[in-house]
Write a protein that binds this ligand. Structure first.
Ligand SMILES: [Zn+2]
Length: 408
């Protein structure tokens, strides 16, 4: 079996009194290594594209043309086997009608994920168990786990989580940009409301544990994450989050919380959302132009018109993105603090993720190359690319099974 450890290699070379001139791994070599591993991204917002008329996941798209970042040809090129495909719900009013509307949209989104798999049985396979990933990869298909970003659509009816579980849901995060019925968000401009999880949020944790659903603390306020770690019977995940030590942003976690997460067995999956990676210059003209674009979206304009307008904006007011190096700084920092058993990848593809030189999944082997160059081994890469997230999923499942056994 292939083993690569550059640290060891350079120490050996040093002992032999050579001028330490270890060659970096080539991108081809890194890609080949990545291809041999189960590779998962823990936060794919791609299901939002599945409901866009005219979007075909089987066709190769480009970011410059339609701003999408994931499709089957690009997954193959970038050696991405699959991941957790998110049922994302924007948050509306915390009212019965708000909840019901969102519930229906979320159910349809879950259905869109299942339909994608059902319509392309030779390309995708739906996964619910940790061991499914390896089997699906062996069958040369792409791996589809289902996750939920923002539990808002569950309303106040916790039993609805089981409905989604039956749909195949295996990971769920309580909140998004704003506080909701389950707890506090890291980015609500009004500050905190509950001081962490709400009483209903605590019930959500217990129900997720009972079912075998992994809890996702991304977007949650630090206090909410702490509550989740404290109350959850199984390790939690941060499906797309960065390091606060590199950039002090509420969407990132500091080293103390990172260590607490790792101590409880949890995993941080590194986010590539540029605005959370470093301070970027404000561009009021671009912001205003996007305001106009949103108007077109709300008016229900044709997709081709919206895309044309978006391309025009990108040409006139190009986005400033964080660099790939800064992304890797967040990544390497987390690895230094908690080690390769507690770090993975969740780049927020099709949800705003992407940095210079890595604007879609085609460029994922750059991460592998960089980690190999830093001295991480193939076995570390296997953990980072999927093993850690799958371990947490297995633990959630095992706990749920143990409850069934103890009841008998
Ligand atoms: Zn997100």
């Amino acid at each position: 079996m292939y083993k690569f450890n550059k640290k060891l290699l350079s120490i050996t070379l040093g002992l032999l009194c050579c001028q330490a001139a270890t060659a970096a791994v080539s991108i081809e070599e890194a890609t080949a290594i990545q291809r041999s591993l189960v590779t998962l991204d823990s936060h794919l917002d791609t299901p939002a594209n599945l409901v866009v008329p005219g979007f075909d996941i089987l066709e190769r798209h480009t970011y410059d043309h339609d701003f999408s970042q994931v499709d089957v040809p690009r997954m193959k090129e970038g050696a991405l086997d699959g991941g957790f495909w998110a049922v994302y719900s924007p948050q509306g009013e915390l009212t019965t009608s708000g909840y019901e509307q969102s519930r229906d949209t979320a159910l349809l989104r879950a259905l869109a994920i299942r339909t994608m798999v059902a319509a392309n049985p030779d390309v995708f396979e739906f996964a619910t168990q940790s061991a499914d990933a390896e089997k699906i990869k062996k069958n040369s298909k792409h791996i589809v786990y289902m996750s939920m970003e923002n539990a808002y659509p569950l309303g106040t009816d916790i039993s609805l989580l089981e409905t989604f579980y039956k749909f195949g849901l295996r990971m769920a995060g309580p909140v998004h940009f704003k506080n909701n019925q389950f707890g506090d968000s890291s980015t609500d401009p009004s500050g905190t409301k509950w001081g962490g999880l709400s009483p209903l949020g605590e019930k959500l944790v217990a129900e997720a544990n009972r079912l075998g659903i992994v809890l996702d603390g991304s977007h949650a306020h630090d206090e909410t994450v702490k509550d989740m770690i404290r109350l959850s019977k199984t390790p939690i995940i941060l499906s797309h989050t960065g390091s606060k030590a590199i950039y002090d942003h509420p969407r990132n976690v500091d080293d103390t919380l990172l260590k607490e997460l790792a101590k409880s067995g949890g995993v941080i999956q590194m986010n590539a959302y540029s605005e959370y990676l470093e301070e970027l210059p404000a561009d009021p003209e671009r912001k205003a132009a996007f305001g106009g674009l949103m108007k077109l979206v709300k008016e229900g304009s044709d997709r081709s018109v919206i895309l044309e307008k978006r391309r025009e904006i990108e040409h006139e007011h190009p986005a400033v993105k964080a660099s790939f190096e800064v992304y890797m700084e967040h990544f390497l920092h987390a690895l230094n603090v908690v080690g390769p058993k507690h770090v993975g990848i969740g780049a927020d593809w099709d949800g705003g993720g992407g940095v210079d030189d890595m604007m879609d999944v085609v460029n994922l082997p750059k991460i592998t190359k960089r980690l190999l160059d830093e001295g991480y081994s193939k076995s570390d890469l296997a953990d980072i690319w999927g093993g850690n997230a799958l371990r947490v999923l297995q633990q959630a499942h095992d706990y749920a099974e143990s409850l069934k056994t103890s009841k008998k």
